[in-house]
Write a protein that binds this ligand. Sequence first.
Ligand code: C2E
Ligand code: CA
Ligand code: CA
Length: 719
Amino acid sequence: MMLSTDDTRILIIDDDALTRALLVESLGEAGFQMVEAADGESGLAAFDAERPDVVLLDVMMPGIDGFEVCRRLRQHPRRGRVPVIMLTGLDDTRSIERAYDSGATDFIAKPINWVLLRYRIGYVLRAATALEELIRSERNLTSAQQIARMGSWEWSLESDDLRHSDGYFRIFGEDSLTFGDGLEAFLARVYPPDRPRVEEALTGARKGRGYQQDYRIVRPDGLVRTVHETAVVLTDPAGLPVSVQGTLQDVSERVEAETRIRYLAFFDDLTGLPNRACFREMLQGALLRTARRGTRCGVILLDVERFARVNESLGQEAGDQALQLIAARLREFQRSVLDAYVRTMIEPETPRVARMGGDAFAMLVEDAPDADEVESQIHRLLGRLKRPFHVAGQELTLSARVGFTLAPDHGTEVESLLKAAESAVSEARRGGSGQGVQAFTEAMKIAAYARLSTENDLRRAVAANELRLFYQPKVDARDGRLLGAEALVRWQHPARGLLPPGEFIPLAEETGLIGPLSDWVLDQALAFLARCRDQGLAPLPISVNLCAAQFRSDKLVADLAASLARHGLPGHLLEIEVTESILMKDVDLASAMFAAIADQGIRISIDDFGTGYSSLAYLKRFRVHTLKIDRSFVRDLEEGGGDAAIVGAIIALAGNLGMGVIAEGVEEPAQASILLERGCSHMQGYYFARPLPEEAYREVLSQGLPNLRRDDWAFDPVL
Ligand code: C2E
Ligand code: CA
Ligand code: CA
């Protein structure tokens, strides 16, 4: 194969005019472009100006000789690797050696063999191109690794030789000289508690098992970083492991964001006590244990009396301080109970306390023999709370109203127990009990029976077509562009008017009516999309909420596909919103299901994100497209506040996982500005639009949102 020579430029540096003429003649005929120079100085200048691809350089020249010219060419800042072929007039080994010493690529002895010459040049050029490519790809790899904060390594099992990329050392904050050799050097840097796990993985790799895992490393400055490592084993034709190749990535930021979200989502920032979500989890655990042991569990809610007055008279800051002091008393109480138990040598279950929000606190008493024991604990706790507090130079005395309920006597489910305790505390607030402590009673149950009639009502509603689907627009706040909508169900009740889903979805879930209801919602939403398309409106995606029951059904994937097919719609027009708690019920099932759903082009978003803590560790296993920041974080969004921090962390997490992010419940322009500032531009909320009846949404599809209809919509921060 002949090399394409058209745009290959050769510089000849030779003082002998005849040799130059012959070279120009012979190589020009082969299609090369020729540049000539008669001595070293002008040769160097031509090298700069003409950018040749190859240099033919005579050794013997007046002025600076060929060896020196070659040395200087090699020092050229950008083009020091251009091949140089030296023309050694003398066919002796010494000048050949000197030619190589000064950096020549190759040599040709004079008199020149004209036939061989062009092949020689072709070969040199090919080798140079290959070298350039190798260097470039290595450089690309290095910079890609640098950007991703990645490193790679290779472990030859035969020689036990371990080689690392530069990026690898950079992750450890070291270089190849300080790092040392072999596995020992590496293991010494693994955070000790993680070492056994890492060693085990390496032992497995030696036997041919690849792995993926996260572990921590310690850098020379004492900094602990979390890395994610993937190792694959290469085998010989007989299938025996030969070497292990691994990549290492610094994922500390992602892990920190996760930890922070978990903390914020699970603990109350002000008091450091577990929050409501955490209390639910604790209660769930306690219920399982009590059921196993056949004991009781007391669920206690505390409502601080007249707390609003503290805020009003002493200010918000003093109010916060008071809440912190109350939290401290609760913790103190916890400790005292533990101490008492230890003295009596009974295996204790410490009562656990939490802040449920505002001035409401909760306590969980596990293994209580009866209501009396729970009540006596409550009185001991109230005794502690009665002692005066010192806040803002004032002495304060606070008291609390308390309601409690017992499991399994009054219920065995988290929700129903919390509801029962709430009924009890409301009763206590009304002053039904002299001491301010109220147990849940049968009488309170009666109110709950009222729900039963609703159930029959709902059964009828699904059949009688009283459900309505509303559409709430999602927008890009940067330019006001409509992105699609979320479908939200309503119940047009003949007597009670338009009911929000909160009033009937939980009931539908309990009674199994959710199945037909969900089918209706999906079909309705897709039918709407199909109508839009038929009327020539460019349809935008619609998201529907998925409930736990749908997720448990093994027909879900097939149902979605069948519904899309029935309406002749592509998958990308449908999005499903799933809450974290639904995912967490069965992680393996969920990730397989998501993959199958995503394969149809359907997008998946995680609803109410940030309120269910536990899925974070698994999040990367799911094929999820979008995280939907829960309304509660958006609601209290103030610059610098705790919720701005959590929102920032969620946005960062989404970025780290390569997912999109949308905020729901945006009501104020200030919330929208903060979100935009933090890098979240997709939003949904009353500020942009309420959930709209179909007709109104169709109008928005064709006209845009009335308040964003200006052509020059650009969000003005209103801070
Ligand atoms: P979600 O999925 O979190 O839906 C968003 C809720 O926030 C909707 O309440 C919506 O009206 C409300 N919202 C939107 N923007 C704002 C705002 O700026 N401020 C405030 N305060 N609220 C805003 P909605 O329609 O009452 O729905 C409540 C929940 O009911 C939904 O929460 C969802 O979990 C459930 N739901 C609604 N429709 C369906 C459905 O078709 N199927 C199922 N399984 N669940 C549904
Ligand atoms: Ca939703
Ligand atoms: Ca939501």
